[in-house]
Design a protein. Structure first.
Length: 80
C-alpha cells in the first residue's frame, strides 16, 4: 500500500487531496482511475483528476456511494 495524499477539503461532491510530496509527475499521471482506501483498508473512491501546481499538486476523488465526505477531511488515503 502506498500513501496517495491527505484530504484537505471537499468541493462539489469530491474529496480534494494534497498529493504525497514524494510522488513524482509520472506517478501522478498514473493515479487517475486508481481506487483509494482509508487506513482501515475500506474503499473510499477513485481518483478522477490531478490538478494544481507541479510542486504541490492536488487530486480529486469521487467518493463511493456510502462515504460521508465531511468525515474524510484530515484523513490520509492510500492506494494498493
Amino acid at each position: 500500500m502506498r500513501r496517495v495524499g491527505q484530504v484537505v477539503r471537499t468541493a462539489q461532491g469530491l474529496a480534494i487531496l494534497r498529493a504525497n510530496p514524494d510522488t513524482d509527475d509520472d506517478r501522478l499521471r498514473e493515479e487517475i482511475g486508481t481506487m483509494v482506501l482509508d487506513d482501515s483498508l475500506e474503499s473510499v473512491g477513485r481518483v478522477v483528476d490531478v490538478f494544481g501546481p507541479v510542486d504541490g499538486p492536488y487530486l480529486a476523488v469521487t467518493p463511493d456511494d456510502d462515504v460521508h465526505l465531511p468525515t474524510l477531511v484530515g484523513t490520509t488515503l492510500y492506494a494498493r
